[in-house]
Write a protein that binds this ligand. Structure first.
Ligand code: CO
Length: 213
């Protein structure tokens, strides 16, 4: 029980310190949230979205899963995206992967890991698409890290291929989708330069709205 009790002790110190600095902080924050960003990242405990982005509670809406995957049949992730885009009216969706991702490593291994292999099959699909490039890279760590980047790029496309994001663009809403990667060994974020902010940038095969016009 000691380890669990420690969390409550830390919580009290944290809450008291904030209230000391600003007695109305929690009251004000509890009234509403107005985040401009949705973060879709890995569940890895070392990639703490608020800390690495420097954003305070109320400024970042967050969805995390193993290896930051966006699948169009995942109601959990899609509900987060819909709420963020349509209700919170966030302006930026950030898909953030990280180098050395355990999920990506596992997806490159020729062995079984149990149920999670079904989830990681989405990563294997990314691997298959880029097999030639990945086979040309020397060293397993380098291959893993490149697949971490390629996965982010594919997941940015998956976000853009959702009806939710495309409807927002069709309605003229300002919305950008970005692909970033975090380096756990130095704490730095890197923009992979694959940002998308309009329907015209989406592969025609996946466009909904414009096909009907
Ligand atoms: Co990870």
């Amino acid at each position: 029980m000691g380890d669990i009790q420690k969390i409550f002790e830390h919580n009290k110190i944290w809450a008291d310190k904030i209230k000391q600095d600003d007695p109305n902080y929690f009251i004000e924050l509890s009234k509403k949230q107005t985040p401009e960003y949705l973060w879709i990242g890995c569940s890895d405990s070392r990639v703490a979205s608020n800390q690495v982005s420097g954003l305070r509670p109320g400024e970042l809406f967050v969805h995390r899963n193993i290896a930051n995957v966006i699948v169009p049949t995942d109601l959990n992730c899609l509900s987060v995206v819909q709420f963020a885009v349509e209700v919170l009216k966030i302006k930026h969706i950030i898909v953030c992967g990280h180098y050395g991702c355990g999920g990506i490593k596992a997806a490159l291994e020729l062995k079984e890991h149990g149920l999670i292999d079904n989830w990681l099959s989405h990563i294997r699909t990314v691997h298959r698409t880029h097999r030639e490039e990945l086979n040309g890279i020397k060293g397993q760590d380098n291959r893993v890290n490149r697949l971490c980047e390629l996965n982010v790029i594919e997941q940015v496309a998956n976000v853009c291929n959702t009806s939710i994001v495309q409807r927002a663009w069709n309605n003229g809403n300002e919305l950008s989708v970005h692909g970033w990667i975090y380096n756990m060994t130095d704490g730095n974020l890197k923009d992979l330069g694959v940002s998308v902010n309009s329907l015209e940038q989406v592969c025609e095969t996946f466009r909904f709205g414009s096909m009907l016009r």
